[in-house]
Ligand binder design. Structure first.
Ligand code: CO
Length: 204
């Protein structure tokens, strides 16, 4: 079963070793990534590949619609490990235009459990309904909602106690908001980077 994937894997490992004979040996010792990527599960948004980073360089957490819900033990465990143990310097929340999770959150259809998961996006849409309603067309509204969702998740990460404690003890930690475009492969920085509590308060 899945012999093509196993063959792909062997060829990939061979290429890595051909380019750098000690590549895997170095990774066995430890991982020292500088970045935590919080992104969407969408198969078109593969974290390492988009930013051209090797194994060992990017700590990754992905879920539907790149959420950072303050009550989600999975996300919180990843965040604490990344901040307290790995001591990553950057956390990037990465949304993407054309996100199915974003559109599913606001299209009014019932899908079951995922409706609960997507509830925070409906809250963002409600909080920004005047701005969104003023935009011309559904695509523009959904694109903007992708951005607004990223900004909200950046705020969630930055207001988390693990992050607040890291800042209080002087640890350098930047929280960024990015949006990726599937159409051209490019990342847009939303310029909402938070690096300390003062930034956080300015964000409102
Ligand atoms: Co998505």
């Amino acid at each position: 079963m899945l012999e093509h994937l196993k063959a792909n894997n062997r060829a990939w490992a061979d290429r890595k070793i051909a380019a750098d004979p000690s590549f895997f040996k170095r990774l066995v010792g430890q991982q020292g990534p500088e970045y935590l990527w919080i992104g969407c599960s969408d198969s078109r948004v593969p974290a390492n590949e988009i930013v051209d980073l090797d194994p060992g360089e990017l700590f990754v957490h992905r879920n539907v619609a790149n959420l950072a819900p303050p009550q989600d033990a999975n996300y919180l465990s990843v965040l604490q490990f990344a901040v307290d143990v790995l001591k990553v310097k950057h956390v990037m929340v990465v949304g993407h235009y054309g996100c199915g999770g974003i559109s599913a959150a606001v299209d009014g259809q019932r899908r079951g459990l995922v409706d609960h998961w997507l509830h925070p996006i409906r809250e963002v849409a409600h909080d920004h309904r005047h701005e969104l309603e003023a935009l011309p067309g559904e695509e523009a509204r959904l694109d903007r909602l992708c951005e607004l969702n990223v900004i909200r998740q950046v705020r969630n990460v930055a207001s988390d106690v693990f992050v607040q404690d890291a800042w209080a003890r002087g640890q350098a930690l930047f929280v960024h908001g990015w949006v990726y475009s599937i159409a051209d492969g490019l990342i847009t920085d939303l310029d909402v980077t938070v690096k300390d509590r003062a930034d956080m308060e300015r964000m409102g």
